[in-house]
Structure formats: C-alpha cells, structure tokens
Write a protein that binds this ligand. Structure first.
Ligand code: 26Q
Length: 791
C-alpha cells in the first residue's frame, strides 16, 4: 500500500471512530483533528524507541514555565516529510491542506522571546537527535487575545483548545501529587511529541495540568451548599488555568508561586521515578544521568525541591544533596532589567512551602560562609545573599545552586559579567558562559517561506541545509548571479502581496504591496522603543504634507505586539500608534506613499506571514537593554536587512553579515553609561529639527486619549520624568535624529532594486550562526554533557 493510501485510511479511521463521519463529509475542524491524530499515530513506535535510547544515558530536562509552540500540524508534516502525501489525500476530496492548517489555533503558552526560544530548542534537539525533554504547564488559557477598541488594546481570553487538542496525549498513569502547606493537587501529564526533521527520533514535551484531589464534596452538596461543594475543586484547578502575562507589577503573586512550584515538583518526581526505573534506587549518581536547565528564574524553586526530596525522602545528607543539585542545575538569564529579576517575600514562601523555605535559609547561610572564605568584600556579599531584607532573590538561588549561568548573546553575557552580576562573576568566574540564541530554520524558513526554501534547495541541489545551516555559505557564488538575486526579489514580492492580502482581510487596511515594508513586531515595552519608530513615522508624514513632491519611495510601517495588561505606558504607546495610523491612512494627500498599520493579536502564526514579507527589520532597543532578540534572526533568515542599534544579537548579526548590509545607528552602551547621569532630553527636544513637533502631538490636541491621561503621561516621561524615574530613560530623543538618518539612507538604497536584493541575500547567506541547532549543540557540549543518541 502506498504511503498516501495508508495515511488516508488512518484519517478515515479516526473520523469513523471519533466523529462518526468520513473524509468526504467531515468539517474542516474534524479533518484537522483526524489528520493530526493520524500523523501522531504514525509516531508512537518511534517515540517508544527514542525513550529507550535516551533514558539509558544522560538526558537534559528543559524546565520552562513557557513554551510558545504555535501551530503543530504544518511543522510536523514538514519534519516527517508527509506534506505531499497529505496534500494528495485532501485534494482527492477537494480540500486544501492550507485551509485545514488554518483551522489550528496557536498553542500560545508563552509571552514572547523566552517561550518561543524554548519551542525552537525542542525542535532543534529532536532534529539533532539530542536527548532533551521539556517540562512545563498545560495552561487552559494561553496568552490573552488582543483586540483594539477605538485604538485601545483590550484583552480577551484565549480559547486555544476550542477546536480540539489532538496533539496532547494524556498519560493518566504518570500523574503525581504536589503538596502545598494548605493544598494538595494532582498533576496530570500531557505529552506533546516533538518530531525532529529528517530523523526518526521523537522527543517529548510534558505539560502538567492541575486537578483537584477531591473533586467535589458530597456531604456539602447534600446539605444544599452547592457553591461550597465545588470550592476544593476550583482551588486545586486554577493553578494551571492561565499563563501569567509578562508583567512584574502583577498582584496575585501567590498563584504564580504555586504555578512555579507545581510544575517543578511534579517534573522532579517524574524524573526521579524514571531514574529509578533505568538506573536503580541509589540517587548518588543522579547528575551523571540528569541535567536540568532552568529557563530564567521561573523554575528555580527546583533547586530546594530536589534537595528536599533527597534529604527528606531519600535519606541523603544535606551536603551531598546540595552537591548533587549543583551538578544537576544550570540557569539561563534572559534579562538585565533589574525589575524583571524575580523576588519573593519570605513570609509568602514560609507560609505556602515551609520546608522549601527552610532549605533556602540553609543555602543562604552556606553561600555567605563560602563567600567569606573566598574573602569577598562584605558589601558584595550583601548584594549576593539569597535572602535580603525578608526577600528571596531567585537569581542568587540559581547562581549558587547551579554549576553554570549563561547569557543569551555576547553583549548580554558581557553586561552580566561586568554589571548586573559583577560580584558573582568575581566569586565564581568558572560558572559564566555565553550561548547566543537561535531559531529553528524549519519553522522560520521552510514552513513560513516555502518559495525561498525551494530556491535555496534548487541552488544547493539538496535539502540538507535544513539540518545544517552552515551549508548556506555555499550559496556565496549565487550572490553574484543576477538570476538568483532576481528570483529572490520575485519571491519577496510574492510574500509581500500575500501579506497585503492577509492584512486587508484581517485588519481592513489596504497597503501598497509595492511600497517598502518596514516591520517592527515584538512585545510592547518602552526599552524596545516602538515610540521612537512611531515618532519618526509622524515626522515623515508631516514632511510629506508640507512637500508632497519630495518622496519617491512609498513606505508602509507595520507594527505588531501585545502590551502586558497592567503596563499603562505600553498601552498608551499602542493607542498612540493606532491614532497615527488613523490620521495617515485617512489622508488622501499621502495615499500610496505612506501608510501605517498595527496588526492585532500578533502571535507565532502572524509572525510566519510577517517575517518573509519584510523589506526592513526594525530592532531599535536602547543599547544594552535587549538581551538578545530572536525576531531579528527570523527576519535575517528570510533575507531582510536590519535597521538597528548596537544591542543584543544585532551586534552578532552585523558581525556575520557586515555593517554595509545593514543600517546600524544610535548611541552605544559605553556612551549611554557615561552620559546617563547628565543626560537632558530637552536639549534634543528644542534643537533637533522636527522633534518638538512630533512629541507635542501627544498634548496639543492632535490626538485624543479619551481622558485616560495616557498621552500626557508619556509626554512627561520623555521630558520631565517623575519622582521615581529620570526623564527619557530609554534615550528616545537622543537617538531620534540618527534613526531618521538611517531610515532615509535605507530608502535611497532601496530604489536600486538589484543592490537591495544583494544586501538581502547577503543577510540570508550569513544567517547560519543563528540556527537554534547550533545553540542547542553548544548547550549539550558545554553545559549539559549530553550526546546525540539516534533511534
Ligand atoms: C515574571 C514574573 C511574574 C510574571 C511574569 C514574569 C515574566 C514572564 C516572561 C518575566 C519575563 C518573561 C519573558 C521574558 C522574555 O521573553 N525575555 C526575552 O528572552 C529572549 C530569549 O532569550 C531574548 O531574546 C529577549 O531579548 C528577551 O527580552
């Protein structure tokens, strides 16, 4: 039987058994579920065999409270090379694979970069046959859905599982109990298979759902207390109800502590059970077989939890247990922003997790003793303590309780060493490493830009570049072939047309597909400086109004991204950009020359349409603030030059692709460090041509924030600051003029299509460093000590 007949039969089996229908009469949602289950069914045997080869040896467990997976169907079909077969089957009943894929909703168990990085790492580990398993939470609601009302962001729930969840396999027999002082819950695991590209290996992402032990109190119910009878169930189950938005101001932090301990404790119990099965009862050799990576501080409570289990449940002594923990754990830092480093009140921990808190105290005392022995100055010791003034510092716990800490781009690691974690670097230099981030070329090129992937494959006569991105360098001869550049530009045009159509259908905005697409998509944050970009768009608009003749290059600025629900200024920035869009898009004078659109609900799937269609990638964070960025890499891989600051991975992008192929501007970290104390944005406000005019639109009645005070607040933050913050801490005014300069420069280069195409292709060819395959291989080699194991 042919491969496609076989898969057709399986799809029909699922439709018969679970939906009482068949391929000819099923709905798109039913077909999506059936195709997914059929594909999954194909992989059980390979998954079982992967377990066998992996768990005999050393395995890495990637602990992350976020996995921003996006859709699974398209990616899995590519990785299993089943695309053509399934297309054929569906065409047979007049269905298009794209339409079925469109049914799937993003699994958005993450806020942004950190969660998406975890997802790319899983894809890369499986592709490289690396024994890596993910552990996280199966949220009922992922990241909120974003809508605009009158230009304001409004948040709605995320019903990601409303079309079914065919990729999640419930493994009832592996459920475990997790105990808090006041509550015990069941953690029920759901497995997602991570299918590598071009390999039979299947890795697993295991996500925990919390279930109440006692579902329902019959006695209370019988006595007529209906609400009361459900209370235990509700309390137990809200732990995995919803993903926390990235917002450190958030109240209701008890639930966050519960989430962190919940998935970490369940995962450790699962790992220990597996260890005993494969390696016997003696846990002395734990770290020989187990490496655990802590994705930021969110899962750091794993360190005292492992120690608790070893001491209290396995009768080991404290010192041995601590030593095992240190050899097992490593920690990745994703931010230098002090306010984002997690801190918890001791009394909260003491109340919810008293034994864990005791162990944290033990670790704190040992740390202080160790530092005194190393003769670290007392002032440094005080800022390194795990417990300071009744507050637990999770980063300190991670640094002391693990053997490695890494930053996510060269500059970021340098800043950690010299600044954020300076005394730690002084005391434990051997723990510090850099691991520059990466992205999966399967999702971020092959899946989202099939046309470009095919062009590369035909030039290289093989698809193996998708597993070894360094092969892209073999495209160098193509860089001087006119044909190749032209084919590239044709594909870019096509992707832009597709995006324009999608934006028209989804946002109701018409954009000129021949205009230059300048795209900034990422979470909304002051340090990322969407405001700088918006102010420039306004300046361009005013100049066009004054002098309609000046411009030959039509431009479309595209924004996308969510603001944390409690982040007032970020929400003000969204409203401001939407107001500017309204002004510009409704002005006949600039029609076809300048337009602006803020796409709503930017997520992984939207990204898949945006990255391939960009002419210019906007990466303009204040130097020193963006740890790495990974969107920048997604643009680059799709052949897009960057307009950016010397920040995060931008620096390495330019190192690889050359400054001449990108547009780098703005103040650098050293300069900002030296001027910070004396910086006065008003000098720029009054002296930079055009700047006052655009900033004043915030308060002169050009726009209307409906008496929320948002615009005045942004205006004040730029020019005056407030009692807790200096003015313009992110140097928007300082960098404005230089940003305008490079945008103008890019505009004039863009007019020479061929030259532009050459720049684009230079970026594509130079992007191989940014494959997450490379990143994961480095973690395996330098931190985890694990080796590939193939089925
Ligand atoms: C903390 C406490 C309570 C609730 C939420 C949080 C929270 C949640 C998410 C804090 C931070 C995050 C996410 C951070 C993040 O995505 N950082 C990004 O990580 C990327 C991958 O390394 C980098 O490329 C980006 O530069 C960095 O901003």
């Amino acid at each position: 039987m042919g491969k496609s007949k076989n898969i057709e039969r399986k799809i029909n089996d699922v439709l018969n058994m679970f939906y009482g229908t068949d391929l000819k009469s099923a709905s798109a949602i039913e077909v999506y579920n059936a195709v997914s289950k059929a594909v999954l069914g194909e992989k059980y045997e390979d998954k079982r065999r992967s377990d066998e080869v992996y768990f005999k040896g050393k395995v890495t467990y990637y602990f992350s409270i976020e996995f921003l997976m996006g859709r699974a169907l398209g990616n899995n079909l590519i990785n299993l090379a089943l695309n053509d077969e399934v297309k054929k089957v569906l065409n047979g009943v007049d269905l298009k694979l794209e339409d079925v894929e469109e049914v799937e909703l993003d699994a958005a168990f993450g806020n942004g970069g950190l969660g998406r990085l975890a997802a790319c790492f899983l894809d890369s580990a499986a592709t490289q046959n690396m024994p890596v398993m993910g552990y996280g939470i199966k949220y009922e609601e992922g990241l909120f859905k974003q809508e605009f009302k009158n230009g304001f962001q409004v948040e709605e729930g995320d019903n990601w599982n409303s079309v079914g969840e065919p990729w999640q396999i419930k493994v009832e027999k592996d459920q475990v109990e997790v105990k808090f002082s006041d509550l015990t819950v069941n953690a029920v695991p759901y497995d997602m298979y991570i299918m590598g590209y071009g390999t039979r290996n299947v890795n697993v992402l295991r996500l925990w759902e919390s279930k109440a032990l006692k579902k329902f109190d019959f006695n209370m119910f019988n006595e007529g207390c209906f609400d009361e009878s459900m209370k235990g169930k509700v309390k137990g189950e809200h732990i995995s109800r919803v993903l926390y938005p990235n917002d450190s101001r958030e109240e209701g932090r008890i639930l966050r502590i519960r989430q962190e301990y919940f998935f970490v404790s369940a995962s450790l119990k699962d790992i220990i059970k597996r260890y005993i099965k494969y390696h016997g009862n003696d846990l002395k050799e734990f770290s020989k077989y187990v490496a655990i990576q802590l994705n930021d501080t969110h899962p750091v409570v794993a360190i005292p939890e492992l120690i608790r289990i070893l001491v209290d449940e396995r009768n080991m002594d404290m010192d041995t247990s601590i030593a095992i923990a240190k050899e097992t754990f490593a920690y990745t830092n994703h931010t230098i922003m002090a306010e984002a480093l997690e801190k918890w009140e001791c009394y909260l921990y003491g109340k919810l997790l008293p034994r864990i808190y005791q162990i944290i105290e033990v670790l704190n005392n040992k740390l202080v003793m160790e530092l005194r022995e190393k003769e670290v100055p007392e002032a440094d010791i005080n800022i390194m303590r795990i417990i300071q003034n009744g507050i637990i510092h999770m980063a300190s716990l991670a640094l002391y309780g693990g053997h490695a800490v890494n930053g996510v781009a060269k500059l970021h690691t340098k800043i950690l060493k010299e600044d954020t974690l300076r005394p730690w670097y002084g005391a434990y230099p051997e723990k510090f490493q850099n691991k520059t981030n990466g992205i999966s070329p399967r999702r971020w090129l092959k899946l989202c830009n099939e046309e470009l992937a095919e062009l590369i494959t035909s030039q290289l006569h093989s698809e193996s570049w998708l597993r070894d991105l360094s092969l892209l360098s073999e495209l160098k001869p193509a860089l001087i072939e006119e044909d190749f550049i032209k084919s590239f530009l044709t594909i870019k045009d096509k992707k832009k047309q597709q995006l324009a159509k999608y934006i028209y259908e989804n946002e109701g905005v018409t954009i000129n597909p021949k205009s230059m697409f300048i795209i900034q998509v990422k979470r909304i944050h002051e340090y990322k400086r969407q405001l700088l970009n918006a102010l420039l768009v306004l300046d361009i608009y005013f100049k066009l109004k004054e002098n309609p003749q000046i411009d030959a290059t039509p431009m479309t600025f595209i924004f996308g991204g969510k603001a944390a629900p409690g982040y007032f200024r970020a929400k003000g920035i969204i409203k401001f950009i939407n107001d500017i869009a309204n002004l510009i898009n409704n002005d006949e004078d600039v029609k076809g020359k300048l337009s602006l659109v803020f796409v709503k609900n930017y997520n992984v799937s939207y990204g898949e349409r945006l990255f391939p269609a960009a002419d210019l990638s906007v990466q303009i964070s204040t130097a020193g603030k963006e740890a790495s960025g990974t969107g920048n890499m997604k643009f680059m891989l799709n052949g897009t030059p960057t307009v950016g600051t010397f920040d995060g991975a931008n620096i390495e992008i330019v190192e690889e692709a050359g400054e001449e192929n990108n547009f780098i501007f703005g103040a650098r970290v050293e300069e900002l460090r030296s001027i910070a104390a004396s910086y006065n944005p008003q000098n720029y406000y009054y002296n930079v041509e055009g700047l006052k005019r655009v900033i004043d639109t915030l308060i002169d009645g050009t726009f209307n924030d409906e008496n929320t005070g948002m615009y005045r607040e942004i205006y004040n933050s730029l020019l005056y600051g407030c009692d807790w913050q200096r003015p313009d801490v992110y140097f928007v005014l300082k960098d404005f003029e230089d940003y305008r300069r490079v945008i103008n420069e890019s505009k004039s280069v863009y007019q020479d299509k061929f030259k532009w195409g050459t720049m684009c292709v230079s970026n594509l060819i130079a992007s191989s460093k940014f494959s997450s395959d490379r990143t994961v291989i480095e973690y395996c080699r330098d931190i985890w000590g694990v080796e590939p194991a193939q089925v």
